[in-house]
Design a protein around this ligand. Structure first.
Ligand SMILES: *Cc1c(COP(=O)(O)O)cnc(C)c1O
Length: 403
């Protein structure tokens, strides 16, 4: 959780600016707010880092995905290809806007693969909800080729990958729309917050209105203007935006330090036979919030995590921990336990999730160990950690040889 490691006077200053005026609402009261517009500044900072033409801050990353999907034109009854490895929010967002999640295979990038997407396409497929997992990015060249060939709407949930890019372009800008999360566990936090991005003005205008009951925010008095679409309340408060702003400014520094640490960890660990690494489709674009490595098989991965926990290092395997990031933990989804009937249940689900098999994804996630990188570590900390992890992996593999 790099951003939260660096919580300090910068965040307090931005929050105090807001408290001085008492204007916690992001719109209106131009006089009283005395030039303080934190949500707007937060958005400008995100535009600067991502290069997006438009950015809109909202209440959280889950809302940002729903807004990204809806404003891209995906809705009731549309099939959306989704990964089985993501935080459940991506799947919920697809269901909440009335669409039907169709799961496809991921690969060693930890993201949907081009081949996985291709194999899941049906006549009802409208779009792809691509999730850039663990701070890295999907294989965008391959994925864009499939998306173009089949005329699909690409929406990127880059909730975990703010600051990451592929061949110089920020994640979130390959699709029609993209989203980031600034919850407490991401590279930068607003406490709670999300950002929607796009390069398309018309789409931005819909997203802007949709995220605030349809208000189009033209003119000075929000509330009395035009309402081009029906929407909902996904607004961010000025207090959250203030924190998000201070944190976002720290992301270039965090990226740099974390990349240095990740390279050092990778170099030491690559000397241990049996350890391999998640595929980085663009190593230069990594936000490096996690080191993601593989053991030869699921059992060895589990034993390695056990050894790491015994040694007090941390690190986790998404397969065994009830971390809520892999489809084998989503029993409520498999049997569609919902508070009230969702459109997908009315239209009819496209896949039977209870019998769905995704062998490639299972194999990848079973062998995966993820390890959060901290920007406050020293270089000595990193070397000690890498050696510790290597020892744990060797112990685990030794058992495998003897058995
Ligand atoms: C964190 C996360 C979200 C949810 O964001 P919130 O701000 O917690 O709503 C969505 N997608 C992914 C991939 C995430 O990691």
């Amino acid at each position: 959780m790099p951003g939260t490691e660096l919580f300090g006077s910068e965040e307090r200053k931005e929050i105090n600016d807001v408290l001085e005026t008492g204007m916690l609402f992001r719109y209106n009261n131009d006089q009283q707010r005395n030039g303080i517009w934190k949500a707007r500044e937060f958005e400008a900072e995100v535009r600067k880092i991502t290069g997006a033409k438009y950015a809109h801050a909202v209440s959280n990353g889950s809302a940002a995905i729903a807004i990204a999907l809806a404003s891209a034109g995906i809705g009731a009854g549309d099939e959306v290809i989704c990964p089985p490895f993501t935080f459940i929010a991506s799947i919920e967002a697809v269901l909440w806007i009335g669409a039907i999640p169709v799961f496809a295979e991921i690969d060693e990038t930890l993201c949907l693969s081009a081949e996985g997407i291709r194999n899941a396409i049906t006549p009802k497929t409208k779009g792809v909800c691509l999730v850039h997992m663990c701070g890295t990015m999907a294989d965008m060249d391959g994925i864009m080729a499939v998306v173009r060939e089949h005329n699909l709407i690409l929406v990127e949930d880059a909730g975990q990958a703010f600051g990451a890019s592929y061949k110089g372009t920020s994640v979130g800008l390959f699709g029609k729309t993209g989203s980031f999360s600034f919850d407490f566990f991401k590279i930068a936090t607003a406490g709670e917050g999300g950002i929607f991005i796009t390069n398309d003005e018309a789409t931005y205008k819909i997203a802007d209105a949709y995220s605030d009951h349809g208000h189009n925010h033209v003119g000075n008095n929000r509330g009395m203007e035009q309402h081009p679409v029906l929407g909902f309340n996904y607004r961010i408060s000025e207090l959250h935006a203030a924190v998000g702003l201070a944190q976002t400014r720290k992301v270039p520094h965090i990226r740099e330090v974390n990349n240095k640490h990740k390279k050092a960890l990778t170099e030491i660990l690559s000397q241990t036979e049996g350890i391999t690494f998640a595929h980085l489709s663009d190593p230069d674009g990594d936000s490096a919030t996690f080191l993601n490595f593989f053991l030869p098989d699921t059992e060895t991965a589990k034993r390695t995590v056990d050894e790491m926990n015994k040694a007090g290092i941390g690190g986790f395997n998404y397969w065994f921990l009830n971390m809520y990031h892999f489809i084998n933990q989503w029993d409520h989804l498999k049997t569609m336990q919902t508070a009230s009937k969702l459109p997908a249940q009315v239209f009819g689900m496209s896949q039977d999730y209870t019998t769905l098999e995704l062998p490639k994804s299972q194999e990848v996630i079973g062998r995966l160990i993820s390890f959060g990188i901290r920007c406050t570590w020293t270089d000595e900390d990193v070397v000690a950690l890498a050696n510790n992890i290597a020892t744990c992996a060797k112990k685990a593999m030794q058992v495998a040889v003897m058995a």
